[in-house]
Design a protein around this ligand. Structure first.
Ligand SMILES: [Zn+2]
Length: 270
């Protein structure tokens, strides 16, 4: 599913202003993630903000739901050469999704619930600040569960008639107890038995700021700090937290920027 955006390395002198001088693979669209590669020892910045580069020169770039149309990736090689890559980020259209019949306290939480939500969000926020050296982000992702896709990334949500934040992941409907596997290798960075919105929740750290979240689980089968391989079971599908039926909500973020998991995996296999 990763198309080659522009993998050619041009020599600096012959490069037109629009050309990409480094390797960037992946969908350059809102919600998409690119894996970059530059000569080992290079420094990389995105729109002037420097980011972590692996010793072998790999790095990750992500575009949020409402990412602006243009981004510039710049690398400075150890020999002092500057390699630039202007990226045009394709705009997407998002659905409006209405969900009715949710308990009132889950749509308009009371003060006690709000305090709990703040604590939950702080724990999630701490994971989304991690910037570890792991390069698990570069491993192609698989689907953590197979099933019917019941909610897609970016949808504007109207819950019980009230506009709420856009949906920041993908929902996969599957029977209660269906095993959930790690879609890529990672380290378990959060295990929570009962968050207000998300119930039994797990987060994985894939390095360089890329994390993923698995929620509404009926069971959790991993421990904080544990390393998991791609395909290892991390828990089971459930409907804990704010859920109308058993499903996995799967989210992927680059730091605090939500990405579209479907752009990492491609179509759901039959
Ligand atoms: Zn969801």
């Amino acid at each position: 599913m990763r198309q080659l955006l522009l993998g050619l390395i041009f020599t600096a002198a012959a490069v037109p202003a629009w050309a990409c001088q480094l390797s960037l693979e992946g969908p350059a669209k809102q919600g998409g993630m690119l894996i970059g590669s530059v000569p080992a020892g290079s420094k990389v910045s995105i729109d002037g903000r420097s980011i972590r580069v692996a010793p072998d020169g790999r790095f990750v770039v992500g575009f949020g739901r409402d990412a602006k149309a243009k981004t510039k990736v710049v690398a400075l090689t150890p020999e002092g050469r500057t390699l630039a890559c202007p990226v045009m980020v394709a705009k997407r259209q998002y659905q409006v999704q209405r969900i009715d019949g949710l308990p009132k306290r889950q749509v308009t939480p009371d003060p006690v619930a709000i305090a709990r939500i703040k604590k939950d969000n702080a724990a999630i926020g701490r994971v989304r600040k991690l910037d570890t050296a792991s390069t698990d982000f570069a491993v192609p992702f698989i689907w953590p569960v197979k099933g019917r896709i019941s909610g897609i990334f970016g949808s504007q949500r109207i819950l019980n008639g009230k506009p709420r934040r856009p949906h920041n992941g993908v929902d996969i409907a599957a029977p209660q107890g269906t095993p959930i596997v790690a879609p890529a290798p990672g380290v378990v960075a959060l295990v929570h038995p009962d968050m207000f919105y998300t119930g039994k929740s797990v987060m994985l750290d894939h390095g360089h700021g890329l994390s993923s979240v698995y929620v509404h689980m009926s069971e959790i089968s991993v421990k904080h700090g544990q390393r998991v391989g791609k395909g290892d079971e991390i828990g089971k599908v459930g409907k804990t937290g704010r859920a109308t039926g058993p499903h996995l909500h799967w989210g992927v973020s680059l730091f605090a920027t939500h990405l579209d998991p479907m752009l990492l995996t491609g179509k759901m296999p039959k």
